[in-house]
Design a protein around this ligand. Structure first.
Ligand code: SAH
Length: 227
């Protein structure tokens, strides 16, 4: 049943076959080879069609291991960084995850492949609305998009088993710490605007916060005044 369907699909959409092959190469050469071993993460990275979440002019670059412009001065994160951050939260199918900084929707889609519900907040309306439409066109039914300032988190849906922040604040937003479940993990790049930031892993255990720096990174700024 499965193979004839795949062969038919790729006969009708030969371009999709090329993208799928490029995606496999990206995972093998840039993600697996750089130490990402979580099978669920690798499978999600092989599945999510990044080319459908970037502007048409960027499609030829969709499977390079690079951040790409998505308009409004923002970027879709580098695939390796998406895989790395996702592996840090150790996703499973029962989890409810909050993302701050929807951008293109790519990180949200990668999460949605592995967890129960994804809640994602974007401060730039045009980006958030585009991502919501693209994700729904791709068939994701477990991604909830909200336009707003992610600093406040999503109080109605708290607590979250994991929180991924994809824009860099200069210090940790306290409301997000408060919305993390007991035993939960948060990954957030912390540091000054347009400089190197520290990707930080935060864990809440017995009500206490443990924080450690895991890698130097460079993210777009976490803004407060765009709305
Ligand atoms: N996760 C995205 C990466 C987007 S870049 C992806 O996979 O494509 C970071 C995004 O964070 C930008 O779109 C930016 O507008 C958004 N952002 C910055 N500050 C924010 C805030 N306070 N609340 C919500 N989104 C914010």
């Amino acid at each position: 049943m499965f193979w004839p369907f795949l062969i038919m699909f790729f006969t009708i959409f030969p371009q999709e076959e090329k993208y799928a092959a490029a995606r496999d190469r990206l995972v093998k050469d840039h993600i697996q080879s750089q130490g990402i071993h979580n099978k669920k993460v690798l499978k999600a990275m092989r599945t999510v069609p990044r080319h459908k979440l970037v502007p048409p002019s960027q499609r030829p670059n969709a499977y390079l291991d690079r951040p790409l412009p998505i308009g409004d001065g923002q970027t879709i994160s580098q695939p390796f960084i998406v895989a790395f951050m996702t592996q840090l939260i150790d996703p499973n199918k029962d989890m409810r995850v909050l993302e701050i900084g929807t951008g293109s929707g790519y990180q949200a889609a990668v999460l949605a492949e592995m967890v129960d519900q994804v809640y994602t907040i974007e401060i730039i309306r045009s980006l958030g609305e585009k991502a919501e439409k693209d994700l729904s066109d791709l068939g994701y039914e477990n991604i909830n998009v909200r336009i707003g300032d992610g600093y406040a988190g999503w109080p109605e849906e708290t607590p979250f088993d994991a929180i991924i922040v994809t824009a860099a604040p200069d210090r940790l937003p306290q409301p997000l710490i408060d919305q993390l479940a007991e035993g939960g993990k948060m990954v957030v790049p912390i540091g000054p605007v347009n400089q190197i930031q520290e990707l930080t892993l935060i864990e809440k255990k017995n009500g206490k916060i443990r924080s450690r720096s895991v890698a130097p990174v460079r993210f777009v700024p976490f803004t407060r005044d765009t709305l």
